[in-house]
Design a binder for this molecule. Structure first.
Ligand code: XMP
Length: 486
């Protein structure tokens, strides 16, 4: 047994000492950072892999703003893969697998397909999957009663403007504009359909210049996986669907089975970007780094909905956890980034986490109240709220067991609710509007923080950082005080 002589510190225990600043404008700083050794982001913010935080709508909004969302894993492999597909199809210069319908289908079938897929047009193909024509929403809507078949309503192949696979975004924009069309089928040298460029695809990148994009112009997205053996199949399916990064997501990541799983993932998918965690100690971070992680996720119990520290007695206040983990990574000899996961309540907490050595922060509850999180708002006492739940809460644990039973028929099916020992709670948070508005405030705080820190970028903030431990009186002085808020 040993007792560490120093206290564990968290965000509210410290302040950063202001530095002489060469920064004259908040716009003159660089908020870009490393998510992993192989992926950069324009803002250092990640939405958490929680089932009340990140599904496709959140991941799309996060990537458009320059961050990234990590899709939760509390569903079947097929459901999670579908979420990856939605993000990957949301934006990209070219849709490589456009939705298509047979030239022999009925208009009623086409209408149903467009409604269920939420698309405004379908490529029409013949029996050999060659381009036969194109059918738009407009064709379907205005076709008279007597027209029953796709082949009668579509624009025929001979009347379509098409292009080859080597077309650039600028050339596509010109073709779309000059011909006043919205869709451009892409054909290879044999005339086989290989993709589709839409006017939306050309416009989107101009609307979101900060977006986190892969090499094909699609939005980046991460996906969480668990530690059990069968999760290798999940990993494979997610990577196949185009997930940019996997997050090996375990409450106690400094564990033999986590390190073994990381090893298997590295062997099976040597090119994949893999984040591993969670840890909160020098040795935890060092061993995951040595086992081949491309980034380390740090945080045991700092989250707003976490009760791990209460239930188990274990945890490390988050600022100390980040400082210790940064030391662990240094000792491993590998230059890999740290993600500070949990406990971010305000922009200043994020600035402190970054200054302490993290390169990104992961956020749960603060985003759970936004429009893009799963579920609808509820009204209580005339105010709008959304639900957030810890992934180790009673409800989430039981939900997960249900999902596992769905995937694995042989799994036990007599689990009693009272046999669960929850390490998280279910709660409500105020509705906060679009996540882009919350991000604007967070990133605005970071920009100001960089200026106070005399730093052009996050690395400079870390180099210049001097933390000062403060007293309860200092904490009180830091918030608004002795006024009545309006
Ligand atoms: P915030 O504070 O941003 O934290 O809401 C989000 C992080 O909390 C972790 N998490 C949990 N931790 N029990 C825990 O001890 C739980 O049930 C639980 N659910 C989520 C997770 O790391 C998340 O990113």
């Amino acid at each position: 047994m040993k007792i560490r002589p120093t206290k564990g510190l968290t965000f509210d225990d410290v302040l950063l000492v202001p530095r002489r600043s060469p920064i004259s404008s908040r716009q003159a700083v660089d908020t870009s950072t490393r998510l992993t050794t192989g992926i950069r982001l324009n803002i250092p913010v990640i939405s958490a892999n929680m089932d009340t935080v990140t599904e496709a709508p959140m991941a799309i909004a996060m990537a458009r703003a320059g961050g990234i969302g990590i899709l939760h894993r509390f569903n079947t492999i097929e459901q999670q893969v579908r979420q990856v597909n939605k993000v990957k199809r949301a934006q990209g210069f070219m849709v490589e697998t456009p939705y298509f319908i047979s030239v022999d289908a009925t208009l009623a079938e086409a209408r149903r397909m467009m409604d269920s897929l939420h698309v405004g047009g379908l490529i029409v193909v013949d029996g050999d999957r060659n381009l036969a024509g194109m059918l738009t929403n407009r064709d379907v809507q205005i076709a008279p009663e007597s027209i029953k078949w796709v082949r009668e309503a579509m624009t025929e192949r001979s009347k379509l403007v098409t292009a080859g696979p080597a077309i650039t975004p600028e050339e596509a924009q010109e073709l779309l504009y000059n011909n006043r069309i919205e869709k451009l089928p892409i054909l290879d040298a044999n005339g086989t359909l290989v993709g589709l460029v839409t006017a939306r695809d050309v416009i989107k990148p101009l609307k979101f210049p900060q977006a986190a994009q892969d090499e094909r112009g699609r939005l980046r997205v991460g996906a969480a996986i668990g530690v059990k053996d069968r999760e290798m199949a999940r990993a494979e399916a997610l990577l196949e669907a185009g997930a940019d990064v996997l997050v090996l997501d375990i409450a106690h990541g400094h564990a033999d089975h986590c390190i073994a799983m990381l090893g298997s993932l590295r062997r099976h998918f040597p090119q994949a970007q893999i984040i591993a965690g969670n840890v909160a100690s020098v040795d935890g971070a060092r061993e995951l780094a040595e086992a081949g992680a491309d980034a380390i996720k740090v945080g045991i119990g700092p989250g707003s909905i976490c009760t791990t520290r209460i239930v188990t007695g274990f945890g490390v206040p988050q600022l100390t956890a980040i400082l210790d983990s940064a030391e662990g990574v240094r000792l491993s000899g590998r230059d890999i980034p740290i993600i500070a996961d949990g406990g971010i309540k305000v922009a200043g907490d994020m600035v402190k986490a970054l200054a302490a050595g993290a390169e990104t922060v992961m956020i749960g509850s603060l985003f759970a109240g936004t429009e893009e999180s799963p579920g609808s708002p509820v009204i209580r006492d005339g105010q709008k709220f959304k639900v957030v739940r810890g992934m180790a809460s009673l409800g989430a644990t039981m939900g997960r067991r249900e999902a596992e039973r769905g995937e694995d028929e042989s799994a036990e099916d007599s689990e009693d609710w009272d046999k669960v020992v929850p390490e998280g709670v279910e709660a409500v948070v105020p509705y906060r509007g679009y996540v882009s508005e919350v991000l604007y405030q967070l990133v605005g705080g970071l920009r100001s923080g960089l200026s106070y820190g005399g730093a052009h970028d996050i690395k400079g903030l870390q180099d210049n950082a001097e933390f000062l431990e403060i007293t309860p009186a200092g904490v009180r002085e830091s918030g608004s005080h002795d006024v009545r808020k309006i």
